[in-house]
Design a protein around this ligand. Structure first.
Ligand SMILES: *Cc1c(COP(=O)(O)O)cnc(C)c1O
Length: 497
């Protein structure tokens, strides 16, 4: 299988090349030239373990990887030492016909682990395949969460080093400790004196500096990124859509080929898009429900056909969904228009220049034929956490609560169809908002995150996620701080060149 650019501006490439390049160097995103249909019957896949199912699904896309290579990646990633549930992605029944797909059992307690635990192994193998003779160094700028997930994923992966930059004083104490205590001989963490935008711009400048890159190449080093638009991060997410469906069949909650809904808390549109690819492969889906927070660009887009980011950015209590540019939407539009690259290029150029674009009514009808869009306010999000905890004794994080709230609104139209809601973070990860939801804002006063964590544990009696537990007692391994303007020297010092 080959991968083509959504803007038809680059030769087609192998999977290994698509994973190594991340995004199309001339702009645009890599997508499969043709989406494969699953050849097995769903009923015949019912008894597979998560790892076996992953093997099965990944083989359709990683056609230039051998069976053994994929197997090695799968075994390393979806391992009981790494995910704290043998099912990897357990499905919790909330109530009749409503299920929660728990995507947060990985090392950092959020859904990005499912992809970031395996993608580094794809990349490591891609480097071998393309016979690259250079050491690959991943640079990441983070506002907190992605950095830790990437560090955990790349930790001890052969032939790759990772350097994560975060704003000094700009992440929570817990996030800082999560990163600073990362083990592994190939991981590096540096705080830079500036805000997140400064860090991100500094990293972008390093990538875009031809002189510095050719200097690095001479020293045997090549830079790369683990960006969320890399196809290697999207494809592992297709697996859990099949997994959840098969799980419902196994539990006799649905009949074979019965159509179900997926409701997904959405930011960059990666998670829900993976579901759409599962649907294109043959998974029986009735509707995808795209759930947003108050940054509801996607809700408006799905309902009106106009994508308009000319609005204020809001900092909400579901921060991982505070996004006004949903990068993966480009892939979705490419698929839904039947690979009309000229059209995609013109829409996204328009978005770049005017910060908005409008699609035609035929495309809009196609989108609303399969997808719903709605949003949850911050207050509704907190109320949902409280109500679900009271009614079902089940604790939601703020991102998942956005999904549940949006689903509750959708259910007024259709309460018959079995629905799976994506749960993208463990509630302890966003403990202060969750505690606020249960006990009110006063309960937070004068307490640091570690006290809040313990308080939440006392109320609910639920175990604290291992990735968040005993952080204060772990050894701090990384404590380097530097100046933004000095980033290139920092990279050189770390690489000892
Ligand atoms: C990244 C993230 C999301 C958004 O997922 P997308 O694939 O970007 O749509 C939602 N919730 C949490 C907790 C996340 O970390």
């Amino acid at each position: 299988m080959y991968y083509v650019s959504t803007r038809d501006n680059y030769p087609r490439v192998s999977t290994a090349k698509a994973v190594k390049l991340g995004m199309v160097p001339t702009g645009g995103l890599f997508v499969p030239e043709k989406v494969p249909k699953i050849s097995s019957k769903l009923i015949d896949m019912m008894d597979l373990t998560y790892g076996q199912l992953a093997q099965e699904i990944l083989q359709y896309f990683l056609t230039d990887y051998t069976r053994e290579e994929i197997e090695e990646c799968v075994i390393r990633a979806y391992h009981p030492d790494i995910f704290d549930s043998p099912e990897i992605v357990p499905l919790h029944k909330l109530e009749d016909r409503t299920f929660i797909m728990e995507l947060w059992h990985g090392p950092t307690a959020a859904f990005k682990d499912v992809a970031l635990q395996i993608m580094p192994h794809f990349l490591s193998k891609a480097i071998q395949k393309l016979a690259a003779d250079k050491e690959t160094v991943i640079l990441v700028a983070t506002s907190g969460d992605t950095g830790k997930a990437a560090l955990e994923g790349f930790k001890d992966v052969e032939g790759i080093k990772i350097i994560v930059f975060y704003p000094y004083g700009g992440v929570s104490r817990m996030q800082e400790l999560q990163m600073a205590t990362t083990e592994g001989s190939n991981t590096h963490v540096v705080s830079l004196k500036g805000n997140f935008d400064d860090c991100q711009n500094a990293v972008k400048e390093v990538f875009a500096d031809p002189e510095f890159n050719s200097f690095l190449n001479d020293k045997g080093v090549e830079l790369s990124s683990a960006n969320s638009i890399n196809w290697g991060r999207l494809v592992p997410q297709i697996v859990y859509y099949f997994w959840s469906y098969l799980n419902l069949m196994k539990r006799n909650e649905i009949k074979e080929d019965e159509k179900i809904n997926f409701c997904i808390p959405t930011g960059n549109f990666g998670n829900i898009l993976a579901g759409y690819y599962a649907y294109m492969m043959g998974l029986p889906v009735k509707r995808f429900i795209c759930a947003s927070n108050e940054n509801k660009v996607l809700t408006d887009f799905i309902n009106t056909g106009t994508y308009d980011r000319r609005r204020d950015f809001k900092k909400t209590n579901s921060p991982s969904m505070d996004i006004l540019i949903s990068s993966n939407l480009e892939r979705f539009l490419f698929e839904i228009t039947g690979h009309n690259a000229d059209q995609i290029r013109s829409w996204f150029e328009e978005l770049q220049s005017t910060r908005a674009f409008q699609i035609d009514s035929v495309t809009h009808d196609k989108i609303t034929g399969i997808m719903e869009g709605d949003f949850s306010t911050q207050r509704q999000t907190l109320e949902t956490i409280k109500e679900v905890y009271r009614k079902h004794d089940y604790l939601l994080d703020t991102h998942t609560a956005v999904g549940v709230n949006v689903y509750q609104k959708y259910r007024m139209k259709d309460s018959e169809t079995v629905t799976v809601i994506g749960s993208t973070a463990n509630p302890y990860k966003f403990n202060s908002s969750v505690l606020e939801a249960l006990k009110g804002k006063e309960a937070l006063e004068g307490k640091d995150e570690f006290v809040l964590l313990e308080e939440l544990r006392k109320i609910t009696g639920q175990e604290i996620h291992p990735g968040l537990k005993n952080l204060e007692e772990k050894k701090v391994i990384h404590s380097m701080t530097g100046e933004i303007d000095n980033i290139k020297q920092i990279v050189m010092d770390i690489l000892e060149i």
